[in-house]
Design a protein around this ligand. Structure first.
Ligand SMILES: [Zn+2]
Length: 141
């Protein structure tokens, strides 16, 4: 997986800005007490992960889409691989799959949502960010 690709940032839980720093407090989404907890900012490039309060509520839509895709995939797989199974067994397998992968889908939905709105900038501060920081300082002065 190319290090600058969004897929790298999404599936390795890396900073959407520099693809080097960690995104979550705990990399394992199955540690449920810290599942989905983000760091305040990237430990490598120091850019913030939350551009505005409530930013990650949009990740719910991504998680919903992932759950529907997973449930549909499991249901179709049971139809193909186990056609004689009762519908209740197929629905049970769908539920098991969705519940079993829920922590992973929760984490991945946040990294997908972040990568939809944050682009790769590298570790060093960009010219645009430097100018914006200067403008903020001149407004305050
Ligand atoms: Zn970073």
């Amino acid at each position: 997986m190319a290090e600058r690709s969004k897929a790298y940032s999404i599936f390795r839980y890396k900073c959407p800005h520099c693809h080097e720093g960690e995104f979550f407090v705990d990399r394992n989404p199955y540690h449920l007490s810290t599942a989905g907890d983000l760091l305040e900012a990237c430990p490598v490039c120091h850019r913030k992960y939350t551009p505005e309060p409530g930013f990650y509520y949009g990740g719910m839509y991504v998680a919903y889409a992932l759950a529907v895709a997973l449930g549909t995939s499991i249901f179709v797989a049971t139809i193909v691989l186990w056609p004689s199974a009762p519908v209740a067994a197929k629905a049970g397998l769908v539920c098991l799959g969705i519940i079993g992968l829920a922590p992973w889908m929760y984490a991945i939905s946040k990294t997908i949502w972040a990568n939809l709105f944050m682009s790769y900038k590298g570790v060093a501060i960009t010219e645009k960010e430097r100018l914006r920081a200067e403008q903020r300082q001149s407004v305050r002065a």
